[in-house]
Design a protein around this ligand. Structure first.
Ligand code: THU
Length: 135
């Protein structure tokens, strides 16, 4: 679903774009930047961090969330994702589950699309029936 992007979300996407080149992606060459917006206005960024043992790779979204949670943030309003790919990069399934964990109401996921286009989705659309505990 596409919605008109607000100034806040545009700024969040800019924050994600700003860190893309910090990504450590020597294997896939796909650099990803993520920026998480919390209810008090805090913006925390992350990048993908790859490893020679490929399975140890951390996605940008989860890197951002781990840093944000470490700093005391909890209620995730929005997550913006930018990359070196030049097309909208939807979060992987694992990242969707982690976004859902900290979703406050319905978190907005903002994707940096081709030709300056911006996509917005709700995490409930990207991950219906997210697993929540206790069951
Ligand atoms: N990647 C992310 O950072 N986020 C995603 O949601 C999907 C994939 C990274 C992981 C890896 O470094 C590269 O993209 C290729 O899979």
């Amino acid at each position: 679903m596409n919605r008109k992007i607000t100034t806040h979300l545009e700024m969040l996407l800019k924050a994600a774009r700003a860190v893309v080149n910090n990504a450590y992606a020597p294997y896939s060459k796909l650099k990803v930047g993520a920026a998480a917006l919390f209810d008090d206005g805090a913006v925390i960024t992350g990048v993908n961090v790859e490893n020679a043992s490929f399975g140890l790779t951390i996605c940008a979204e989860r890197a951002a969330l781990a840093a944000a949670i470490s700093q005391g943030n909890r209620h995730l309003r929005a997550m913006a994702i930018a990359s070196s790919a030049g097309v909208a990069l939807p979060p992987c399934g694992a990242c969707r589950q982690v976004i859902a964990e900290f979703s406050d109401g319905d978190t907005i996921v903002v994707l940096d699309g081709a030709d300056g286009k911006v996509e917005t989705h709700l995490i409930s659309e990207l991950l219906p029936l997210a697993f929540k505990f206790p069951v």
